[in-house]
Design a protein around this ligand. Sequence first.
Ligand SMILES: C[S@@+](CC[C@H](N)C(=O)[O-])C[C@H]1O[C@@H](n2cnc3c(N)ncnc32)[C@H](O)[C@@H]1O
Length: 658
Amino acid sequence: MVLNPVISKLAGKLVVLASASPRRLEILRNVGLRFEVVPSWFKETLDKSLFKAPHEYAVETAKQKALEVARRMPIKHLKTPDIVIGADTIVTVDGMILEKPVDKHDAYRMLSSLSGKEHSVYTGVAIVVCHEKENEEVDYQLIQFYEETKVKFADLSEDMLWEYINSGEPMDKAGGYGIQALGGMLVEYVHGDFLNVVGFPLNHFCKQLSLIYNHCTSSSDQKSESVHLSLNGTHPTSVLSQPTPNVPTHSASSSQTHHTHCSPSASPAHKVKRKGSDSEVSQSSWTLVNSLSKHTDGREAKLRDSENTTLPLISSSGQLIEHDVTEHEDSEPRKEDLERIGELIDGFKASKALFTAARLRVFDLLHRMPGLDAAQVAQEVKASVKGTECLLEACVSLGLLTSKERTYENTDLATSLLRSDACFSLHGYIQHCDDTLWPLFSHLESAVEEGHSQREKVDAFHNSQEAKLRFMNAMHCVAKVAGKSVATAFDLSRYKTACDLGGCTGAMACEFTKAHPGMSVMVFDLPAVVELSEHFHPLHSNNRVSFVAGDFFQDELPKADLYILARILHDLTDEKLHILLSKIADVCKPGCGLLLSEIFLDEDRSGPSRGLLQALSMSEGKQRSATEYSVLLKSHGFITAQIRHTDNLLDAMFCIKA
Ligand SMILES: C[S@@+](CC[C@H](N)C(=O)[O-])C[C@H]1O[C@@H](n2cnc3c(N)ncnc32)[C@H](O)[C@@H]1O
């Protein structure tokens, strides 16, 4: 097999690796493969007892990881990859599957079970080939295989075991060791593909690529597998179809291969439409929010019909720019593109409608008195009947209210998140968005031109107590909503004392104490914030949360065995971040934990929008991917053990001081 032509077949294709493993990245980069990294959100929670053989579990996990990314990208990233690669590595010994250890004791259990014995390392790999069709649907084809390598460990003494565990290396590795680094010292022999043990069977992968791209017309009696992907379901079902002619047999002593038709015109198994293509809610939202703007402005925008040829544009300096578009050969815009752009153009109207309804306490009112009509709501909120009716109708179109015979009620969403007294209320955060971020975004053009946010132009940023409390309330709301997912993302049972640096009102700390009954948490924040935090204490009074006033750049940090940094690092420049991390590293003993919670950007920085839009109003600092944070933390001796995309507002990463 000539390697380079195989890899070069992928040149110009959008190849995506659905894994954040730095070792897999390195193996594939080293052979010149150009690819984007989009870590899979698939949670590795398949029931192992359902699989007859361990490699089936690894292959299924790899498949689910790859399919999740292949399915997400057209919707979230608005682009369809050509190929998505998923992989999962496991270690098996004595009939047990070993994945990544959750803590040191788990690492000890795994490594001592491997001591003096031969074990198997399996990597399951799934290659999902995506074929975008003219109608925007996508056909998926799945190639999956696994590779087994046998590894024998020397007899490991207790000292050796603990020295290795305390190095921090075992924590993010299947079986609790990394053969390419310190763990190599534990190994007596390797039978099979060494890179498979590192995390990716490169040789087998290249053979598969060769089968896909070089031998589409040769013959074989091999089984082909097509996978039916459901847009709504999380688990696609596999259906073995008829043997495919014209595909060569691949023989490998320790692996099996199911692969599919080489022809892109294989059965139309999987169909994904781009986001918005059948979005009735968004379409009606657009129409209704537009009508709100007509009524409240008293002005009506003039829409041009397609026969008009000159579009008057107004420049930012107020000049009229004549733009002649008489002769053009552009094709008709697609319906879904119009809907998507409509959503984006009107996004600000939807936000402001929500902010206004929240400010007028419409959701509180309709919780107390459901079934009011527009005139009754208007009377209660002291507003005009006409304006209130428009606002209520717009809220219905946005899914915030329901209406029946011209009376209104909260939807479940409004009841749980928009009432100001709801347990998980985002009311305070919405107020912050309206009072602070909204004016800031109105200066976005200057911010982009000048390269820094325009905080000085925004009144709401004055240093008053009221502004501080509003900010704290916003932080408090989000911490209450996201806190549980962050606090329960990892097994932290060994940590008894934690310090939440920049912990604000203590809402996040409170979630940690709820999730970990043996843990007490010190909230460390600026003196002015600690003083004001009293306003929030009755909401979560808890004698395992205490407050320490100080400046984390200037003052000594409290001693703890776990440090929490939630929404702190994104706001810091690399320089300040290094100052803070080196202060934390100085007070951390080996084995101390560091829990980071932020919005993690996709590795190719193409999403999520929430993180990238937030960056537009940040004064300093920058949004980073999980890998970027890992690298920064590693430079201060913190080894990333686990990363969680929580599906809540904040992601989380758990690191251990080596
Ligand atoms: C974006 S908020 C995050 C609050 C909290 N960690 C959370 O996620 O809910 C940043 C917090 O860091 C605190 N902070 C900023 N600079 C600080 C410093 N130099 N020393 C201590 N705390 C600081 C702020 O007062 C604020 O409470």
